[in-house]
Write a protein that binds this ligand. Structure first.
Ligand SMILES: Cc1cc2nc3c(=O)[nH]c(=O)nc-3n(C[C@H](O)[C@H](O)[C@H](O)COP(=O)(O)O)c2cc1C
Length: 324
């Protein structure tokens, strides 16, 4: 069984994490990931208030007695959510690990450190990974251009980004973006990562709390069926291709401004996609890796398959490819 220093650092069996996912990172998914021996993250901002996050943490604890974390996504916003209060709930609930993302987490680190909460920072470039190590996070997830959600503006795919980061940082690192199976896990290890972080693969599991038609859409979609929205605004996000995301791209490419797409990209519409199961209702995140996903297994099956097949790849396929 593949184990790495990531497993030692976070006290999990397998070097696999389930990254935060807006509207998806709820107790049933995160508990299933924890029970399967990997590291799952509740998504703080999916809960409307810090008090609701506290309740969701309790609900997750009723479902699993294994460790799990909370994702705190820090995005620039005119009316920011009360990040300090979400952070306080995380600390007071005794959560052992936080996945920060979206912005430099420096202002949150002293309180996390004081409470013994480990920080896994997710970023999209080598320079941000170096910065994260400098300010003292415990580990990084490095998201390549393939990823669902925000890939940054550099457009460097994982095949280059992960080894480029590996040679510059010393703390444990997960490869993120474009990974759905044992091949991705073994490749990530070969590239210098200590494990993998996945979003889209976990979105397309039995336990993900979203409508089954969304999962069927991911199975039907190919690697070509994503759009990069907000590119001209330099806040790029990779989302599933549908009539709404294509319209957003067209409006912004044609010189439109955020106000012209505000209604189309409303979070409430994306949420309805997951609740009602109509993939055309709004914007929802999905990565290129959907092209490698062709079933809707349980979380335990995803992880079991990955670790068993990774062992087989390493023990049987790769040695056969070596010099004779
Ligand atoms: C539906 C969905 C919602 C996501 N929401 C968030 C989020 O709120 N915060 C965050 O840091 N990452 C978010 N992500 C990104 C994932 O945590 C992860 O970094 C990404 O999915 C990795 O790429 P992959 O989908 O190719 O595995 C989301 C991904 C998906 C699929």
């Amino acid at each position: 069984m593949v184990t790495t220093r990531f497993c030692d650092l976070f006290g999990v069996e397998h070097p696999i994490a389930q990254g935060g996912m807006q509207w998806v990172g709820r107790a049933e998914l995160v508990a299933a990931v924890a029970d399967a021996g990997a590291l799952g993250f509740l998504t703080a901002l999916t809960q409307p208030t810090p008090e609701d996050l506290a309740k969701e943490i309790e609900r997750c604890r009723e479902l699993t007695d294994r460790p799990f974390g909370v994702n705190l996504t820090i995005l620039p916003s005119i009316n920011p959510p009360p990040y300090d209060e979400y952070r306080r709930v995380i600390v007071e609930s005794g959560i052992p690990v936080v996945e920060t993302a979206g912005f430099n987490p420096e202002e949150h680190l002293p309180e996390f450190r004081e409470a013994g909460v480990k920080v896994l920072h997710k970023c999209t470039s080598v320079r941000h990974a170096i910065k994260a190590e400098e300010i003292g996070v415990d580990a990084v997830s490095v998201d390549g251009f393939e990823c669902a959600g925000h890939p940054g503006e550099d457009d460097i795919p994982g095949l280059v980004l992960i080894p480029a980061a590996a040679r510059r940082i010393t703390i444990p690192m997960l490869a993120s973006g474009g990974i759905a199976d044992a091949r991705g896990l073994v490749a990530a290890l070969a590239l210098g990562a200590d494990g993998v972080n996945m979003g889209t693969r976990f979105l397309c599991t039995q336990e993900a709390p979203v409508h089954s038609r969304v999962k069927e859409q991911i199975v039907a979609a190919t690697e070509r069926d994503t759009e990069l929205i907000f590119r001209p605004l330099r806040n790029t996000a990779r989302v599933a291709s549908n009539s709404v995301s294509r319209e957003v791209v067209e409006i912004l490419d044609g010189g439109g401004v955020f106000d012209d797409v505000r209604d189309l990209v409303a979070g409430s519409r994306g949420r309805k996609v997951f609740e009602q199961g109509d993939p055309e209702l709004g914007i929802w995140s999905s990565g290129m890796v959907q092209g490698l996903i062709d079933d809707i297994p349980t979380v335990a099956e995803v992880i079991e398959r990955m670790v068993v097949e990774a062992d087989d790849l390493i023990a049987n396929r790769l040695p056969g490819r070596g010099a004779q």
